[in-house]
Design a protein around this ligand. Structure first.
Ligand SMILES: *Cc1c(COP(=O)(O)O)cnc(C)c1O
Length: 224
């Protein structure tokens, strides 16, 4: 069940702060997406390539599709023709492949670097050293068809909100640091994608500019 009231309340909180809401529609039918689209929601997030490609085919062309899941290199070419923002660049090889495929379709793809901030081993992401290495390549002009717009992270799935807060803070500090140094205040590097249903309040307090919210809007997802 979609919760339009929750969407309206959320927008009231986010809009004055200029925080972008990505409605995470994974596992949910296109009819649910349309319910929010009809309210004016244009940014939607998906985390499986196949599902995203199928939904994008059926839905209005002005939807901005965010890819937020782990992205296999061999699937990049399927989303590059239409994707709006890839949140989950977690290795150099992936960035190289996005650049290569984007060139073929004559696009420049906006991406975020996914940084590992949680203690859970199941989560993907670059550590700080890997971010520095990757940005070295980027600054040297290695990629013409990707534009790094910021960073994304997921906090630990934990009841300990203080821990969650510190993880977000670490990412937000890294974001500010790279913005001031590598990007020299370039306004293109301006997206800090943190915050989900359970922790977006904290993420906002710690400097989020983009939240990715699923279950609060679309209802709980079925496991599997
Ligand atoms: C599923 C998912 C979300 C949304 O999670 P909710 O807790 O349902 O809001 C956000 N980010 C990523 C990367 C996800 O996979």
């Amino acid at each position: 069940m979609v919760n339009i009231d929750a969407w309206k309340e959320l927008k009231q909180q986010l809009d004055p702060k200029n925080i972008t809401l990505v409605a995470v529609s994974k596992t949910k039918p296109v009819s649910d997406i349309m319910a929010f689209y009809d309210q004016g929601q244009k940014d939607f997030g998906e985390n499986y390539v196949q599902e995203l490609v199928e939904k994008a085919k059926e839905l209005p062309k002005d939807i901005r599709w965010h890819f937020i899941g782990h992205l296999q290199t061999n699937k990049v070419k399927q989303i590059v023709p239409f994707v709006h923002l890839i949140h989950s660049v977690d290795r150099l090889k992936l960035l190289e492949e996005i650049d290569k495929q984007a060139k073929k379709v004559d696009r420049v793809i906006d991406v975020l670097l996914q940084v590992y901030i949680a203690e859970e081993e199941t989560k993907f992401g670059l550590d700080e050293k890997e971010v520095v290495q990757l940005l070295d390549h980027y600054s040297a002009g290695a990629f013409k068809n990707v534009r790094i717009r910021g960073m994304m992270g997921m906090a630990s799935f934990s009841e300990d909100l203080e821990k969650v807060r510190l993880e977000f803070r670490r990412l937000a500090n890294m974001f500010t640091f790279f913005s001031d140094t590598v990007f020299l205040g370039n306004r293109d590097f301006n997206i800090c994608s943190i915050g989900m249903t359970g922790d977006y309040h904290i993420a906002i307090e710690e400097g989020s500019t983009m939240v990715r919210i699923g279950s609060m809007l679309f209802g709980a997802r079925n496991k599997n």
